[in-house]
Design a protein around this ligand. Structure first.
Ligand SMILES: Nc1ncnc2c1ncn2[C@@H]1O[C@H](COP(=O)(O)OP(=O)(O)OP(=O)(O)O)[C@@H](O)[C@H]1O
Ligand SMILES: [Mg+2]
Length: 462
């Protein structure tokens, strides 16, 4: 993990409520924050390669944060999201932290030192994608070997397999092992992007092509020039756009919205789906000619349960990724047996969820069977019950007494620290902060003392 943080950050600034003054802009600049204003979440389709974070102004709820998260998921992109919240809307700030915000800051906070400290904490988010991958089971080793050969051949490839098996992982490997590795890898999830945005994201537009098109915008085919384009969940592409996609694949030319002439594009297409595309063809939801065009080579990734040799190596690998700085370094034999005996309907993604939960609960060096909470069986697409539970205001804050407090694991302590700091930074005073957190001012005082004892900084607060 990179612990050095950033000195300067390019941030997309999304605030539909109030523009900032020249003076506020200058303060941000001297704190190392370079701002690019966007008017709405749908403008996030811009090239995000050089963006370090997105700053979002929330008013009465976290709807905008959820919308931005959905769009980023669609662009297969993960960025720190900083939420600006009015001081009297504390609960929104607390909800935003629960909803995955990197940090929450008061909407009238322009202090250079606060923003500089924010910038220095960016760039430290653990990035699973940058870690190496696990292919240990003999069937996975064969798949990896085949993928390397397909990568070198540069042909259009279709990845199939159930949810969470590693289709995106394999797409990245196909890119990294190909002669295009020095070019860009651009991803688009056709299921996560609102239908109204897909056409613009795919084909781009000229300046002035429609009201609000103040700049020209390159679509993903152009952005992937010299590299690979990964179209995830291609089975969800609107039928009307499928013929346009087919034309681009045949002609290797793309016409931006509002343009007179086409532009030549050079990209390698990798598509993925967990849908049965043959059934979709029969149901007239997917074009047969497009299917033939994208499935020049098909790689099918088996469910995790069909490659049991991967389970423990993956569990240990993910533990290294998530648990390295919280002092958990292995599993008890009972936990290993439980991992091996489970069906894994949500595949590697579920394994990763299970381990992240285990790390929150586990307070010793080994994860035990009791720490393993599996996703709800028949609800693989729904949020697991545990996530619902931690999305509530933190009841454990009030419940924790002296002895239990001493035994809190570092992961849960860090989470508490982030939530408490967010409340304190946005509240006019501690009493209000405690109210927003759903705890008494006394418990808040106790919690702060405890966090301080564990070396966590609580200095920048009233
Ligand atoms: N072989 C692997 N080694 C390490 N991590 C893996 C491996 N396969 C999958 N993962 C991890 O599991 C998670 C799910 O993988 P990925 O997103 O590639 O699955 P997917 O098949 O694209 O899922 P979905 O169908 O939901 O889009 C990711 O966090 C990924 O990093
Ligand atoms: Mg995927």
């Amino acid at each position: 993990m990179n612990n050095s943080g950033l000195q300067n950050a390019n941030v997309l600034w999304l605030d539909t409520v109030s523009p900032f003054s020249e003076e506020e802009l200058l303060r941000l600049r001297s704190a190392g924050v370079q701002v690019l204003k966007v008017r709405s979440a749908s403008d996030l389709g811009v090239d995000l390669k050089h963006v370090d974070a997105i700053v979002i102004r929330l008013t009465t709820d976290t709807g905008l944060l959820d919308e931005v998260k959905r769009i980023l998921r669609g662009l297969l992109c993960s960025l720190p999201l900083i939420c600006r919240v009015d001081r009297h809307c504390l609960e929104v700030g607390v909800q935003a932290m629960h909803g995955g915000a990197f940090d929450v800051i008061a909407s009238d906070e322009w202090s250079e030192s606060v923003w500089r400290s924010m910038v220095s904490r960016m760039g430290r988010t653990p990035d699973v994608a940058s870690q190496s991958y696990v292919f240990v089971d003999p069937s996975s080793q064969k798949l990896l070997e085949l993928a390397r050969r397909v990568a070198a051949a540069g042909v259009t490839t279709l990845l199939t397999g159930p949810t969470g098996v590693g289709k995106e992982v394999l797409a990245r490997i196909l890119h990294e092992a190909s002669p295009r590795r020095n070019g860009p890898f651009i991803g688009l999830n056709c299921a996560a992007i609102p239908e109204t945005m897909i056409e613009d994201l795919l084909f781009g537009h000229e300046k002035g092509a429609f009201t609000g098109a103040a700049r020209e915008h390159k679509g993903v085919f152009e952005q992937a020039e010299g590299g690979s384009l990964f179209l995830d969940e291609i089975g969800e592409m609107p039928f009307s756009l499928q013929s346009k996609l087919l034309r681009v694949l045949q002609e290797r030319q793309v016409t931006r919205l509002g343009a007179q002439s086409p532009i030549s594009v050079d990209f390698r297409l990798i598509a993925a789906t967990n849908k049965d595309l043959r059934a979709a063809i029969l149901g007239r939801e997917f074009r047969e000619d497009l299917y033939f065009r994208i499935s020049t080579f098909r790689l099918s990734i088996p469910a995790l349960v069909e490659r049991p040799g991967d389970i423990l190596p993956l569990a240990n690998h993910l533990l290294n990724v998530f648990g390295a700085d919280v002092g958990v370094n292995g599993f008890t034999e009972e936990a290993e047996n439980m991992l091996l005996g489970y069906e894994w309907p949500g595949n590697v993604r579920e394994l990763s969820n299970v381990l992240q939960r285990a790390l929150v609960i586990c307070s010793g060096p080994l994860i035990d069977a009791g720490h393993l909470l599996f996703d709800e069986p028949s609800l693989s697409s729904a949020k697991p019950a545990f996530v619902e539970r931690i999305a509530q205001p933190l009841p454990e804050l009030e419940a924790v007494g002296d002895q239990e407090g001493a035994a809190l694991g570092p992961a849960i302590r860090n989470r508490e620290h982030r939530v408490i700091m967010a409340a304190l930074q946005t509240a006019p005073n501690r009493v209000e902060a405690a109210k927003a957190l759903g705890i008494s001012p006394r418990t808040l005082r106790y919690k702060l003392a405890q966090l301080r004892d564990h070396g966590l900084s609580v200095s920048a607060i009233q």
